[in-house]
Write a protein of this length. Sequence first.
Length: 407
Amino acid sequence: MNKREKTIMKLLNTTTKNNVLQSMMRILDTHREELLEANQKDLDAFTKEDQAMYDRLVVDNKKIDGMIEAVRQVASQKDPVGKVISEKHLDNGLEILNKTSPFGTIMIIYESRPDVTIEAAVLAFKANSKILLKGGKEAIHSNKVLVSFWHKALSEHNLEHDYIKLLTLNREQTQAFLKEPTEPLDLIVPRGGERLIAFVKEHAICAVLVSGRGNNFLYVDTEADWTMSLEVIKNAKTDKISACNALDKILINESIDGFEDKLQELTTLLKSQNVTILGDKSVASKFDEVEEIKDKSIWYEEFLALKCCIATVKSTEEAISKINTYSGGHSSTIMTNNKETGLSFMEQVDSAAVYQNASTRFTDGGAMGVGAELAISTDKLHHRGPLGLEQLVTNKYYVFGNGQVRV
């Protein structure tokens, strides 16, 4: 039996998969203290220089409740494997079915967030794929405990542990694994910054699905509701700075009524939330608390911090051009009461999620009704946006004949 045959997981029926997930929910609930103690070891060893990463590392009872809920949601969803996508009966008698099929082996590389160890594994398992979890060293104790929970749940139903595997590789070992994997890989999802993504793309020999940087933009149109705009900006920027759907850049049409007064309101609001403000020359020249942007490369940056940039634009077209030039292709918002302007913006902005009059913080599997997510894909193949259970499959053609030959 070759390596490929060894690593293809047998198709499990939906009842068996859901029974494992029921066990996992119980284990998570009854072994809280074990997980909290392991997480405390990770927190004690972590230096708080990167506040966003530290925030993502923390596990508390609320976070455990969220893990349990993620497993519950996936258990309640329909099995994504074996669904008929299309069915054709040809004149030559061939019956052709296109059906959803497991990926096979998926590797996810991520930092800091132990809850990804739950969400990635539950999605892959329900989608009948094997998952290789390459978490960061900062979460090693938490991840080891969580994977041991998964193995207990699998053992309770007489299933091998190979479905869910934790990789504890350093950078050099990871590079070697990507170049010459010891087992076949069908898909790699690097969930992190641009350096990680570039590293994986450089060394991987299989398909890579990018969970890209945020660097999200919000544009305030001349026909925006200003009070609503301030509320949306506050939520998008300050609700959770460690999230990839947090707001980084604000563009304001310079023809908006009461332009300078509105800019003053905005800067006052952001300062009250301890947000560091950088602005283009037209903004910085008006306010002492706004630092002028000298290096244009900052427009490419995802901050993951209480920091944002403000710039003025002359038109919606200029806003669209700026967003398409600099954003990470994750989430973009327009604030306007003009439906035609809003739709034009949403059609032309090249992001996975585009909004009218709503916070970018909704680009999330749970908030969008997808449920647990493996990542937010900024790729266009094979899926864009929250990568949930339904998206974690590929397809296969089943062709039934009775001796047909092509002539």
